[in-house]
Design a protein around this ligand. Structure first.
Ligand SMILES: Nc1ncnc2c1ncn2[C@@H]1O[C@H](COP(=O)(O)OP(=O)(O)O)[C@@H](O)[C@H]1O
Ligand SMILES: [Mg+2]
Length: 324
């Protein structure tokens, strides 16, 4: 397995109390595989990713326990210097907002080239040539001319392609894309997502695709991990989830996707709000919003039940959900 996160816990100590952002998350992604991590805002998707990348804000963040095995090594046991090496060449991250992730006062060619100068010891001239190649690779029209341009001179979609190029530069084994298309309009979203999926296949990388939009993952993901209040509530191959969710929260997310064949009908929305992470309700964290909740859901926290060897659901009533 390329990456295996095991029972990860992350909390934030703030003036108001302790926010339990990640509460025992386990997930895995293999080379050539795409794992989509799904869930409403605040469910702990980014914090988990930041822990994997080693860019968690500490303090106020603190890793309370768990393991992050990357190519067999527990990253949480490595020295910062070793982690930095892995961050350069082993794994890379693509963020939602390219404009704040890129350096505004460096041309995109210099920024891309910098990767090769620093990590590969290339000359400026060779690095520049590689930068143009990369920009071509992510299909930026007129790459040879545009290599001197600055980030603000590109459209949102083109900037996101440049971020993908940056992430790809050192051919990492793993890419984490955190809401990579959220800031783009719908047609551009699809293009950038297609490009990312194509490159992932070509380079045989592991890809963790974080999104709050189930609509975008159907075509690109192999597996889906659904997060709620810092836990994985369902984990399954993507087709199984679309066929029949095994958790009422997943069902709610599926029902909230706009569908062409239901134009004009009012869109379903899961009622209520995610819990306060300083005060997560006992039992199943989703119970106050769950249409299927029974007494046991308010008292007993569900384990991740094995639905089948490839699938888990943290719902006491996963069978009813699956067949209902
Ligand atoms: N730097 C921080 N300081 C304090 N709390 C934080 C910080 N980053 C994240 N959190 C807490 O962790 C929760 C989960 O955040 P995040 O992983 O970013 O959610 P998302 O699923 O939307 O990516 C937030 O709602 C917040 O309570
Ligand atoms: Mg996030």
């Amino acid at each position: 397995m390329l990456l295996e996160v095991r029972d990860l816990h992350v909390e934030f100590r703030t003036r108001d109390g302790v926010a339990h952002a990640v509460n025992g998350v386990s997930y895995a992604v293999d080379a050539g595989e795409t794992l989509a991590v799904l869930g409403e805002s605040g469910s702990g998707k980014s914090v988990t990713a930041q822990a994997v990348m080693g860019i968690l804000d500490m303090p106020p963040g603190r890793i309370g326990g768990g393991e992050i095995l990357f190519q067999g090594r527990d990253l949480l046991k490595l020295k910062e210097e070793e982690r930095r090496k892995i961050r350069g060449a082993g794994m890379a991250m693509i963020f939602q907002d390219a404009l704040s992730a890129l350096n505004p006062v460096l041309s995109v060619g210099d920024q891309l080239g910098e990767m090769f100068v620093v990590h590969r010891g290339m000359s400026r001239k060779d690095a520049r040539a590689r930068a143009v190649e990369l920009m071509d690779r992510v299909r930026i029209p007129g790459a040879a001319q545009r290599v001197r341009d600055y980030p603000h001179q590109f459209s949102g979609g083109m900037r996101q392609r440049i971020m993908i190029a940056m992430a790809l530069a050192l051919e990492p084994a793993l890419i984490i894309a955190d809401e990579p298309t959220t800031a783009l309009d719908v047609t551009v979203q699809a293009q950038v997502m297609d490009l990312l999926a194509e490159l992932q296949r070509e380079y045989h990388m592991g890809l963790i695709l974080i999104t709050h939009d189930l609509g975008v993952v159907a075509d690109v993901a192999d597996r889906i991990a659904v997060m709620y209040a810092g836990r994985i509530v369902e984990s399954a191959p993507v087709h199984d989830i679309y066929k029949a969710p095994a958790h009422p929260y997943t069902r709610g997310l599926l029902d909230s996707i706009p569908r062409l064949d239901q134009k004009g009908q009012e869109l379903y929305a899961i009622k209520g709000l995610p819990p306060n992470l300083m005060d997560i309700p006992p039992g199943c964290a989703f119970n106050p919003r769950c249409p299927m909740a029974q007494d046991v859901c308010r008292t007993d926290e569900p384990p991740l039940y094995e639905v089948d060897p490839h699938r888990g659901s943290a719902c006491h009533f996963w069978r009813e959900c699956l067949h209902g």
